[in-house]
Design a protein around this ligand. Sequence first.
Ligand code: F6P
Ligand code: MN
Length: 317
Amino acid sequence: MPRNSITLTEHILKEEQKFPKASGNLTLLLTQIAEAGKIIASHVQNSGLIDIEGKTGKKNVYEEEVKKLDEFANDTMVRVLTESKQVFALASEEIEKPFFTEITKADYVVFFDPLDGSNNVDNNNPLGTIFSIYRKGDSLLQKGKEQVAAGYIFYGSSVMFVYSCGSGVNGFTLDPSVGSFLLSHKNITIPEQGSIYGVNEGNFNLFEKPTQEFILSLKKSKPYRLRWGACMVADVHRFLMNGGVFMYPKDKSAPNGKLRLMFEVNPMAYIITKAGGMALTTTENPLEINPSELHQRTPVLLGSPHEVKNFLKFHKK
Ligand code: F6P
Ligand code: MN
């Protein structure tokens, strides 16, 4: 990455200048999220050294173990978002109810998954933070297509911030010597077709028949390679860069799949579609779903147009 790359802040400011009437509030909000990402990244990287690995002994709304790092990431996001003074309400995957700040004139509502893939904490595997931003509306729950910006921070072998405000997807890598995210992946577009697929294939026997047939066709045709990191951010990032298809389909034990519409599926579907890819629940576009519950789950499949269209053919037979 050239050292003269522009910083994330410069990039967001340039984007904002395209809209002469922009107030600068979204810029402030996005840069604050990036700051939260740096703080979380630093704790993730030190988690083996400081007493931050392990469980808190609590369970979240989905009856999943809450790790200490989950709690730290959540508290950091809540604090930084509240202090930005741009957020009217925020909702976290880790908290049962949305949180209304005192800032009633603020323009934005933010949904986030503070530490995606947190089962990876104890074995030094990748993690992420996902965010999704809406303009304040009549209801807190709006369709995913109403998002004004979304993105993720990826704590991998390097730390990346990937976002879209609607026109194009750009990726920034944290340069630890500068302490800034620098533009490293300009105008990311997903390949039309890939050669990898990602799914928890341990659930294969529980999948619907058309989903099984689709997976079997991937094995036969090329064959494809299977990649599964058990962290949606890390996996979707791989598919965004290389093409192919990521899926968490419904199965007999989980008729709505596992992933959460507001916190995971909508922001990732937004990024993938802004990069030229496609997203489905099974046969519908998740971004068109009228949400009924904050923590609702949905099956999801997203990636290159070729593979996503192919999956749809199996389900429309
Ligand atoms: O947040 C849920 C999550 O950890 C995702 O990041 C990931 O894609 C998925 O669950 C992994 O699920 P499984 O444990 O079934 O592999
Ligand atoms: Mn998650």
